[in-house]
Structure formats: C-alpha cells, structure tokens
Write a protein that binds this ligand. Structure first.
Ligand code: ADP
Length: 444
C-alpha cells in the first residue's frame, strides 16, 4: 500500500506506508521553533525595503526610545530583556508606528523578531479605555494563536487595561455576547464565524489587522479565502500587516491580494555552506554493517554532540533500540511525538543531557542546535527516483559561514549508493573522503 506525502520542498512523494517518512507539518515546525527559541536569529544581510511611496523618507531606529512609545509599553519591552530593536525591527517599527498608518508585508526567517514587532504595533495602537476589539491577528493554528497571545500578555504586562481574547475552536461564545477585550487573536475559521455568523466582532472598528505566518496559512485549505473575506470587511483606514518566514510565489500572490498599497521589507537568510565541514564516508554492505561502522566511530562522535539522521521513522527507531541495547545513551526525536515532547527532547539535548540525537529529516529541519559539531548520515538523503536530495544534505550538514563552527560529517554508504554520494560531492564541489572505520586516526 502506498501513500502520498509532501516533501520539505513542497513536492509530492509516494512512499510505502510501512516505511513511512515523516511528513512535513509546517504549523507544527513553526510551533516547535517558537518553543525552543532562545534568542534572536542573526543574518549578515541587509534589510531590503521597497516603499510604496519611494519619495517619502525612510526611517530606521537603533533604540526603542526613538519610537516614543507609551511608558508602560517600553517597560514591558525592557522587562522581556530586549535592549534594542532587531535588524528587521529597526526598519519595520518606524513604518508600523507611522501616522497615518502604513501597510506592510515583511518576510524574514523565523526568529528574527517579526512577532515581537507586530505585537508592539498592536499594543501601541490600542486604546485601553475603549472596550471592544480594535486589533485582530490571524494565526494558522490554535497553538500558534495561544503562543502569540502569551507574548502579547508578556509585552503588555504593564498595559494593565489591555486584554487579549482568543477566537479559537473550543472557545464557545454565544451569539450577541459583548466582547470587551481589545485584542483578538484567532484562526481564520473561528474568526470568520465570530464576525459574520455570531456577530461578536465589529470588523469596521478594527484598527490593526495582522496576518501572521502567511506561508503556513495558505498551506491550510480554506484559510486564504477566509482571511480574504475578513479583510474585505475591514475599514479602509485599518492598518494591514502580513508576515511570512518564506516567500515563494504563492505567498507573494496571496500577500498582494490581501494587503493594499504595502511597504515591503525582506531580510534574506544566512546561506549555508559546507566550506568549514570535513566530510567523510564509510563504505558498508548493509544496515547491520552501517551500524557496526557507527559503533566504530562512536568514541569520536561523542567527543562533541552529534545528530544522526535516518531516512525513515522505522530506521530511526531501529537504530535507537540497537544503540540503547548496546548501552549507549541516545535519544530519539521522531514525528510520532507531540510538538511539546519534541521541544523537551531538543531542550535536554541542548542542555547536554544526551550527547547523541537520532532523528529523521523532517523533525530536525530548521532546528538550530548550535553546539552540534558532528552529523552522521546513517542514510543518505534521497529523492524519489534515486536522486540525491542536495538541499536536505546541505541542511543537515551545512553551517552558516559567519556564525558557524567547524564541523564533521560522516556518511554511512551502502555500496550501491556510492554514485549518489559522488553526485553530492560534485554538486557542492567539496571533497568527501573515504574513511576506514577501523582506522580512526584519519580524523584529525
Ligand atoms: P519571529 O516572529 O520572526 O519568529 P520573534 O518575534 O518570535 O521572531 O523573536 C524571536 C525571539 O527573539 C523571541 O524569543 C523573542 O522574544 C526575541 N526577540 C524579539 N525581538 C527582540 C529584541 N529586539 N531583542 C532581543 N530579543 C528579541
């Protein structure tokens, strides 16, 4: 029996059901990233700005004071430990807080400060004395809405009269109930229901409309249409803001449909490189042989912290069981776990409680564990049709040039997979040396 799965790059893959690969769940990955995030993600690129009116002056700020925020909001920001605006906030905040309000489309990878920026904008525009919804934020899932709400509560800690309401499934509201909270965060389906069917929210009174995680949003059936129906009922003077971590054509088309006359801000991602990674491969006969090779290098890989990648859940589980039976302390990060369980495993790994983490592609995608210096490809990443999956190889092993440390990568290769490895070597124009697993002296 075969089933259809979506690849990381969005392409469709047919896979055997009993050999299931983890399927990418954009919303789950996004939540996981938020749960494990500890600090801002840096980028050495410049922020690109496209103004709707190129002749108007472009402001950027280096401090939060320059924004002339309400005292209680500034206090909230400092209480969160923010000292100065992030790179994207330097440009985005003056636009978002301008009078008259300006619309904005902003794209930068997760962790660069987008959420904090639009929450600051909502909190600064809200009138605490008016007891009805004034800011509306759409999020792709229940959990992401809650996560954003928590940040509103944190940043708005000293804005005592400002309150948040969640328009999410399970939060049952009777028709005609009077909502007195100023900020509403919810998923498109429930918000639509609250606005049009239950008449709980008067959209004509909304001042700030935020569409968060647009890339995840359009990935969910129906959410683009729901969002557009909501947007159409907003007053023309309402400020409209859209955020996305990625910017494929589909996201861009959606953004342009929903945000009129926008300013556009983009911050490119730090590119990954294999330059400072020493890559090796060990030729093996079959899976048991690969396992033996792994055991042979185990002493070297546990000098630092290592992530071992398998192609399927089943392989990852098998390997974990084998290693535990042989007395190694490893943990398994698998797609069967809830997002909270995954976050806690990653946290333990980060804290050094485990030195080796076994996982599949999808789980570890986009997870940045800085202290990992050793990566093992127990299985080579391949696409259907037996082509190497270059992008995934780079994501597993590559480091960002400026911030990354030196690293080691080991590939366990069955003989028939050697041509694939050679293709990878050619593709990246970087050498992958053969290693005799019994002779570890070759690794400096
Ligand atoms: P994004 O929405 O782009 O994923 P977030 O706004 O969630 O980014 O910010 C990522 C992390 O950085 C969060 O932990 C957040 O608290 C923190 N952060 C955001 N802005 C700042 C800042 N100006 N200074 C320090 N930390 C910040």
């Amino acid at each position: 029996k075969s089933t259809t799965a979506r690849n990381i790059d969005g392409s469709i893959n047919n896979i055997e059901e009993d050999d299931e690969e983890d399927v990418v769940d954009l919303a789950a990955n996004s939540l996981l990233n938020k749960l494990i995030r500890q600090s801002l993600v840096e980028s050495s690129h410049h922020v690109e700005v496209l103004q709707k009116d190129p002749s108007s002056p472009l402001y950027s700020v280096k401090t939060f004071e320059e924004l002339r925020l309400k005292e209680e909001l500034l206090k909230g920001i400092y209480a969160m430990g923010f000292n100065r605006p992030s790179k994207i906030q330097e440009m985005a905040l003056p636009m978002m807080l301008a009078h008259p309000p300006q619309n904005l489309i902003a794209q930068s990878q997760s962790g660069t400060g987008k959420t904090a920026a639009f929450i600051l904008a909502m909190l600064s525009r809200v009138n605490a004395l008016e007891l009805f919804p004034q800011c509306l934020c759409l999020a792709p899932t229940y959990e992401l809405a809650l996560q954003t709400g928590r940040v509103v509560e944190q940043m708005g800690k000293f804005c005592v009269d400002v309150q948040v309401m969640y328009a999410i499934r399970g939060n049952r509201m009777l028709r005609g109930t009077d909502i007195t909270k100023q900020i509403v965060i919810g998923t498109p389906g429930t918000v639509l229901d609250w606005c049009f069917k239950r008449k709980l929210i008067d959209l004509t009174k909304i001042r700030v409309f935020v569409l968060d995680e647009a890339d995840v949003m359009i990935d969910t059936q129906g959410f683009s249409d729901h969002s557009i129906r909501i947007q159409r009922a907003l007053p023309s003077e309402c400020q409209m803001l859209l955020f996305s971590a990625t910017f494929e054509d589909s996201v861009w088309r959606f953004a342009e449909r929903i945000i009129p006359d926008p300013n556009v801000i983009k911050l490119r991602k730090e590119e990954l490189t294999l330059n400072n990674i020493r890559q090796y491969y060990v030729l093996c006969e079959h899976r048991k042989d690969k396992y033996q090779a792994l055991c042979n290098i185990y002493g070297s890989i546990t000098i630092g912290q290592a992530i071992i990648f398998c192609q399927t859940r089943r392989n990852a589980k098998w390997l974990t069981v084998e290693m535990i039976q042989d007395g190694h302390q490893v943990s398994l990060l698998s797609g069967e776990l809830t997002v909270e369980q995954r976050a806690s495993i990653i946290q333990r790994f980060r804290d050094g409680k485990e030195k080796v983490l076994i996982t599949t592609n999808v789980c570890a995608r986009g997870i940045d564990v800085k202290q990992v210096t050793i990566v093992v490809n127990f299985d080579l990443p391949v696409k259907q049709g037996e082509e190497p999956d270059y992008e995934t190889y780079l994501h597993r092993i590559g480091r960002t040039g400026r911030f990354g440390k030196k690293g080691l990568a080991f590939n366990m290769i069955e003989v028939d997979k050697l041509p694939l490895l050679m293709k990878i070597q050619d593709h990246f124009n970087s050498s992958i040396k053969q290693l005799n697993a019994e002779d570890m002296d070759e690794i400096e």
